[in-house]
Design a protein around this ligand. Sequence first.
Ligand code: MGD
Ligand code: MGD
Ligand code: SF4
Ligand code: MO
Length: 743
Amino acid sequence: MTAEPLAPTGRDGRHLYTCPLCEAMCGLEIQVDGGRVTSIRGNPDDVWSRGHLCPKGTSLGAVHHDPDRIRRPMIKVDGQWREVSWDQAFRRCTELLAPVIAEHGIGALTCYTGNPLAHSFSLGRYTGVLLGMSGIPVSYSPGTVDQWPKNLSSHLMYGNWWGFPVPDIERTDLLVIMGANPAASQGSLLAAPDVMGLIGRIDTVIVIDPVRTPTAAKADEWLPITPGTDAALLMAVVHTLFDEGLVDLGGLAEHLDGVDALRTAAHDWTPERVAGVTGISAERTRELARQLAGTERAVVYGRIGLCNQEFGSLASWLVDVVNILTGHFDTPGGAMFPRPAVWTVTSQPQPGLEGGLAEFGRWQTRVRGAKEVLGQVPVSCLAEEIETPGEGQIKALITVAGNPVLSTPAGHHLDEVLPQLDAMISVDLWLNETTRHADVILPGLSPLEQPHHDDLILAFAIGSIANYSAPVFAPEDPGRPEEWEILVRLTGLCAGTPAEDVDVAAIDDGFFDYLCFTQGLDGADIRRHYDSGGPERILDLTLRTGPFGDQYGTNPDGLTLQKLKDNPNGISFGPMVSQVPEILGTTDKKIRLAPQYLLDDLPRLAGRCNREPDDLVLVSRRHLRSNNSWLHNVSALMKGRDRCTLLMHPVDAARRGVSDGATVSVSSSAGSIEVPVEVTEAIKPGVVSMPHGWGHGLPGTRMSVANDSPGVNTNVLSPPTFLDEPSGNGALNGIPVTVAPLG
Ligand SMILES: Nc1nc2c(c(=O)[nH]1)N[C@H]1C(S)=C(S)[C@@H](COP(=O)(O)OP(=O)(O)OC[C@H]3O[C@@H](n4cnc5c(=O)[nH]c(N)nc54)[C@H](O)[C@@H]3O)O[C@H]1N2
Ligand SMILES: Nc1nc2c(c(=O)[nH]1)N[C@H]1C(S)=C(S)[C@@H](COP(=O)(O)OP(=O)(O)OC[C@H]3O[C@@H](n4cnc5c(=O)[nH]c(N)nc54)[C@H](O)[C@@H]3O)O[C@H]1N2
Ligand code: SF4
Ligand SMILES: [Mo]
């Protein structure tokens, strides 16, 4: 096994490190020789992943050694990039941002904080500082092209906006997967070790997806569904459960509110009414309800295909409703609330919305009048807020670990308006489609130069685990700021202090004291336990005050950061356990089964059912060897044939005179692209599929590998106003398109 000792940070030898790239959190064994990564394997002794890994994890060495990765801060002078000292870079930030704030106020500044911060030791913990203490009133994130419908339904049902019930795939016998492809994504809002291995051991797996994905291909049954109609299908399942007397609330009954309202709401949603629109027969729909009700351990899991669509909130809510009505909630083998070893900064209750109150639209966006939902507005509003003159116009932008030019609806339009900003600062590691517009780039350390402990992801895990990875490499430039310090300096700058003069320790202490306060602790008192601040101090606090923590002494055998450092293979606290009603944040400690705010959206769904069918609609897909937009610069991951293709059914291709491999023009109300076609039976007729995160090769980027195989940006086709209305989440699936051969 692993008798060989671990090498200290910065030395050659064997290192253990948890992969920060996705929710699978694989334990890796990284071998370093001569200062370079020579091999990466799965760590068989990791208590969580037991040796599992995927091709992305083995690419971390290439990410670290990538010659294109930005290692020193850069400022743009007369259109040319210049490497400068950290002090010069922060002075430049001050020169750029201070006048904007002085002239137009802090409202002229916004942030876009991207996906990697959900996986980053530094960023995850300190984005809270930037967003909470800078005074920036409105910020944007990919949350509104990802899981906002789920945040909304969890907020309304459980009073806990980051409390997501997770399918207990380790202990279930029937799994219904809707709008997720774990064979590519490795699990999402479902953190599981070797997720496909676990799914492979389940008796019956049914995949409901317009595409016969690799997950569907391995399942017992694939039910091709019309994109955007899952909520109608699930309403019909709910109808059947009531209609056929299959509802079994078990012990949950006393913790539920709204059963009658739900029964009334579902009354008209017969399987016959929706079969035409979903494409799934009434009989199969009824049978699905019976299967779920009749299997002791069964669970429905819905993910991004159910969120990034026109009825994302209804679909996300109804997945939980079906699990509850069939007695598969808060019980092993059903959907359960995880019990993370740490609590996270992100998931703190929202001031004013405690108890799951439905008060949205507390403010509206200036240009479109989009309503705020849980503090966010659609990310597709950003471009119009930059380009539309007038009081409140956005004049400056800070991006942190995000690439909205490729990731967000009509990103090509954002690309056009970013040069209109007075100032743009990017905290990022590459010069890509978005950061090329920045005036200053402040690079973080490479993943392997940072310690790692997951944060938010642990709240989606099917078991309670904790682990800590020391950095593999020491920073090339000792004394340089880590990402959390960069964020603290930018926070101070927004609040009026020149970035170079910000008292980092004071802001860090202030934030730490606030976190202590949320736990009923006195920060000044708790700070006496520590010699230094930063993310490790926060990690120790959140571990020690978490469910397994030592509570600073009252539970002496409990968890501390030191304990994790002493156990480099991680510590497991076992599978999920029942937590209702304690986990509920609603004032009456009841689950709200039928929130009025969601019932109010049912007429819109009814309208969808009466709508003329679309000729052709576009959906999104992922690939195991991509990671949104940013791992395309790793040559090992780019091998093989072009992945940026349009999947199309032979019947649809024939009707349009399109042959396999031909390049076609795809158009929507938002724009047009040209892309090669892959003709395949593995997709429902009337649906086409594209991956996102492509469209490299733009001038001024430094992504030499990615730019050689640029692909095209599918989000050119995503209309900025095509939304799931209750949550404001972008509908990136189910976009009406036309396809025509070129020439
Ligand atoms: N390798 C890899 N892993 C990743 C990522 C990556 O880019 N690459 N990204 C990470 C991120 S940020 C996320 S959020 C997760 C997402 O993880 P998943 O949710 O598993 O995402 P996808 O693999 O895109 O699968 C979504 C599925 O929804 C289907 N779909 C589209 N529209 C509909 C619809 O209307 N109804 C139904 N029922 N299905 C529909 C699509 O055909 C697709 O198969 O993956 C994460 N993991
Ligand atoms: N059509 C369509 N569009 C989609 C989706 C879809 O399914 N279909 N999915 C959406 C989803 S779920 C998501 S999450 C978004 C993702 O949207 P984004 O978060 O905007 O995009 P990413 O490609 O993840 O960009 C990550 C950025 O972080 C940088 N980066 C990587 N590691 C680090 C680090 O450690 N520190 C710093 N500072 N920077 C780092 C990379 O260089 C890159 O610029 O895309 C969304 N867009
Ligand atoms: S599945 Fe791959 S990307 Fe995800 S954590 Fe494991 S090695 Fe990393
Ligand atoms: Mo995502």
